[in-house]
Design a protein around this ligand. Structure first.
Ligand code: CA
Length: 229
């Protein structure tokens, strides 16, 4: 699992430096030069974390943050805000923008990398783990095995990837298009209803002999793994 990081920064030199260094840290990096482009890119492919500059053309970093927090599918998306030293950073701390962490410019790449690791560990522990746990479901990534209530569950490769992805983001609602991008890849053309078919198979496999369905269908929105499973 390579975490996808979206860098939103209008200073080209800093943007290039961030891209180079985060790439070296093992992240898949995408860059946007303004807030509007960032929102479009997030719609196309959901990143695992955003490094977001506070001062941006078109749509400001704070406004991007506010809009992402207002939408259910991006409400829990990890955001690290970059701020300039001085008034902005004081103001930003006083504001409830919803960012998960702040880094004040100028900063060292090792400091930013440490903050990114800390935020991902806190919010997305699944990215780094060999085993994912959710309720009575255990996904063993190394052995490619799934158990529910101590019973072995047999899944096809697509259902396995779907479950793995949902277990990394309990409670987050994904549209069919987002699941297609994450599980099938954005280069592959698959119809959205294919997702329904595989969710159906995943449910059937997981819910055998059990009543509680851990997957929630959100009308006209998509699917999520129930937080209370
Ligand atoms: Ca800026």
């Amino acid at each position: 699992m390579i975490p996808q990081v979206l860098v939103v920064e209008d200073e080209d030199a800093l943007s290039a430096l961030l891209q180079y260094n985060l790439d070296k840290e093992g992240y898949a990096v995408t860059v946007a030069g303004d807030g509007e482009e960032a929102l479009v890119l997030i719609d196309e492919q959901m990143p695992d974390l955003i490094v977001l500059d506070w001062m941006l053309p078109k749509v400001s970093g704070v406004e991007v943050c506010r809009r992402l927090r207002a939408r259910p599918e991006t409400r829990n998306l990890p955001i690290i805000m970059l701020t300039a030293r001085g008034e902005e950073s004081d103001r930003i701390r006083g504001l409830d923008t919803g960012a998960d962490d702040y880094v004040v410019k100028p900063f060292s790449m090792s400091e930013l990398a440490a903050r990114i690791r800390a935020v991902l560990r806190r919010i997305r522990p699944g990215l780094a783990e060999d085993r994912l746990h959710h309720g009575d479901i255990v996904v063993d990534r190394a052995a490619h095995r799934v158990r529910r209530a101590e019973k072995e569950i047999h899944l096809g490769p697509t259902e396995f990837r779907l479950l793995d992805y949902l277990m990394q983001h309990p409670g987050r609602v994904f549209s069919r298009e987002q699941l297609l991008d994450a599980v099938w890849g954005s280069d592959v053309y698959v119809e959205a209803r294919t997702v329904d078919v595989h969710i159906g198979r995943l449910r059937k496999a997981l819910n055998r002999d059990l009543n509680a369905d851990p997957i929630r269908t959100v009308r006209s929105a998509g699917y999520s793994l129930d937080v209370a499973a």
